[in-house]
Ligand binder design. Sequence first.
Ligand SMILES: NC(=O)c1ccc[n+]([C@@H]2O[C@H](COP(=O)([O-])OP(=O)(O)OC[C@H]3O[C@@H](n4cnc5c(N)ncnc54)[C@H](OP(=O)(O)O)[C@@H]3O)[C@@H](O)[C@H]2O)c1
Length: 344
Amino acid sequence: MTTTPSTPVRTLGTGPGLPVSALGLGCMGMSGMYGDSDRAESLATVHAALEAGITLLDTGDFYGMGHNELLIGEALRSLSADLRERTLISVKFGALRDVDGAFLGYDGRPAAVRNFAAYSLQRLGTDHIDIYRIARVDPDVPIEETVGAIADLVRAGHVRHIGLSEVGPGTIRRAAATAPITDLQIEYSLISRGIEDEILPVCRELGIGVTAYGVLSRGLISGHWQPDRPLGTRDFRGATPRFRGDNLRHNLGLVEQLRALAGERGCSVAQLAIAWVLARGEDIVPLVGARTRKRLSEALGALDVTLDDGDLAAIEAAVPPGAAAGERYPESQMAHLDSEKKSS
Ligand SMILES: NC(=O)c1ccc[n+]([C@@H]2O[C@H](COP(=O)([O-])OP(=O)(O)OC[C@H]3O[C@@H](n4cnc5c(N)ncnc54)[C@H](OP(=O)(O)O)[C@@H]3O)[C@@H](O)[C@H]2O)c1
């Protein structure tokens, strides 16, 4: 396992800023979204990440309907006091699911926010959440009300910072006018560059950091994806346009271009893709979705990859903006993305 006791730190937001490790660990894949995962290996991966210097864990109360928070809670219980003190938990809430796991919509009403937070604190076994955010905007509740409810939780000491997830420029401005926003969590990778034109500039103008997810496009551009990999019904990727048919063939062709560049630079494809996001700005913190120690070790290696202007130009030429085939979410889920709405 790569140990990086001096893991670099980046600061999310400016008002007030939150220093975090330059890479965060996203724990979603440990609770069903990508099919089955191994509980013991998940716990070992969380511990290995924290021991290697990662300080930010990202979860959602709806990942495995509480499973992910309980898993993290278990991992936290066996940490040394010092490691626990350094560990920051980012939680998303608001998604409603049924017993079969189907997504039913989003609830951002203030009473619901208080209720979601109470259950999360219980499952995590902690007295506060470091960053709290609604996963998707509730179309029936103004963002000011949802963010205002989180601000009440901050004043009560149950939450430390307010975040946003997958929202566009208009919503970012309205939220920031309501309370200080620490970060926006949003998909950003070599093949998902939608934030560059408007969203990232607004975040920079308002002093809001970015926690980037899907930096490996859920494994698609990791260099490990096999075109014939079976995807069970419980693996979200099976329904994602980029992983299907001709789109998949095209997208894996892009990965081969990246593989050649990575080889020349002595790193893996995944490390090149993570290092590219790291190089996009000190205000961006990639969340890597490793769910095994092996994948984590590879991801941490990206911190040692420095890309100069020539490297960035070569990567850009191989995979220019818009190069991917297929949307990043199934159509039904694209409709919930405020970040994809032109008027938001
Ligand atoms: N705000 C939002 O709307 C939102 C949405 C999605 C995710 N997130 C958060 O962001 C986190 C990361 O997102 P993501 O899962 O899409 O991330 P990702 O890092 O793009 O993809 C993770 C998947 O890539 C594969 N992989 C291959 N090599 C890897 C390596 N070296 N390191 C890590 N993964 C490697 C793994 O798949 P296999 O394990 O199958 O090999 C892993 O499950 C999530 O855990 C969640 O906390 C937020």
